[in-house]
Design a protein around this ligand. Structure first.
Ligand code: NAD
Ligand code: ZN
Length: 237
């Protein structure tokens, strides 16, 4: 695979970098993407507060199913390559839209989760945070009696403020941004690479196909993230 020498030269000089990852970086682990619509989840999946209010037990069960599926998967070479990037840059963060915890499992330390984490939960009433809960029946909050829900961002919900602010700081102060396996249509995450570019970062997209972001970035490398990212790491050694 041909990785432009100009990319390698710029990367070698960079000190601060980050990667924005989407469902495509976990696809080689066997976790289907959402838009890919490979049957597991699609537009009818109850990923909304409305669905939760209508039938909390059903939504809870659905998320337990997702968690079970995700638990059986392992990080792939794209996750390990991003963990390795921590050695090449003085400061390197992974800003992810994924909820699967695979970056952490691969060894990434600074992981900023924009859409939450399937292993975490919170009270839908008072916001109290809970760790992993294995239960077929939807649990109730010991503090206020409210229903407990997965601590992930559903459609129409705002992103966690602190995570978004941290992401913004990286976007405004990094030398390099990798955009990995994300379609660029989920806002506000999709604007992060554009903010990085406006602030002088070299922005490199890695995706199986062209996205709405492609023509606004510096370089696009088309292919499987689990092949391209390890190769990029090799070039940086
Ligand atoms: P998305 O909009 O980011 O689309 C996935 C992108 O990955 C597409 O552009 C596709 O071309 C690309 N892609 C697929 N396989 C790839 C590969 N092997 N290498 C490189 N690129 C590849 O994400 P989505 O699937 O529409 O999901 C929307 C939201 O749903 C996510 O932001 C997330 O919150 C949630 N979700 C999470 C997971 C997860 O945690 N693994 C999986 C699916 C959906
Ligand atoms: Zn509560």
């Amino acid at each position: 695979m041909k990785i432009d020498e100009r990319i390698v030269e710029r990367l070698k000089k960079a000190k601060k970098a980050f990667s924005l990852t989407g469902a495509g970086s976990s696809a080689p682990s066997g976790i289907p993407t959402f838009r890919g619509n490979e049957g597991f989840w699609n537009n009818k999946t109850p990923f909304s507060i409305r669905a939760f209010e209508e039938n909390p037990q059903k939504v809870w069960e659905w998320h337990q199913e997702i968690k079970k599926m995700i638990k059986e998967k392992d990080p792939n070479p794209s996750h390990f390559a991003l963990a390795k990037m921590q050695k090449f840059f003085k400061d390197f963060a992974v800003i992810t839209q994924n909820i699967d915890n695979l970056h952490q499992r691969a060894g990434s330390v600074k992981v900023i989760e924009l859409h939450g984490n399937i292993y975490k939960n919170k009270c839908n009433e008072c916001g109290k945070v809970f760790g992993e809960i294995d239960s077929e029946k939807i649990p109730k909050c010991g503090k206020c009696g409210g229903l407990i829900r997965p601590d992930i961002v559903w459609f129409g919900e705002p992103l966690p403020y602190r995570a978004l602010m941290k992401a913004r700081v990286y976007a405004e102060s990094s030398d390099v941004c990798f955009v990995v396996g994300t379609s660029g249509v989920v806002q506000p995450a999709a604007s992060i690479p554009l903010i990085a570019r406006e602030n002088g970062a070299l922005v490199i997209e890695i995706n199986k196909e062209k996205t709405v972001l492609s023509e606004h970035l510096d370089f696009s490398i088309f292919g499987d993230a689990s092949e391209i990212l390890p190769e990029l790491c090799e070039r940086l050694l």
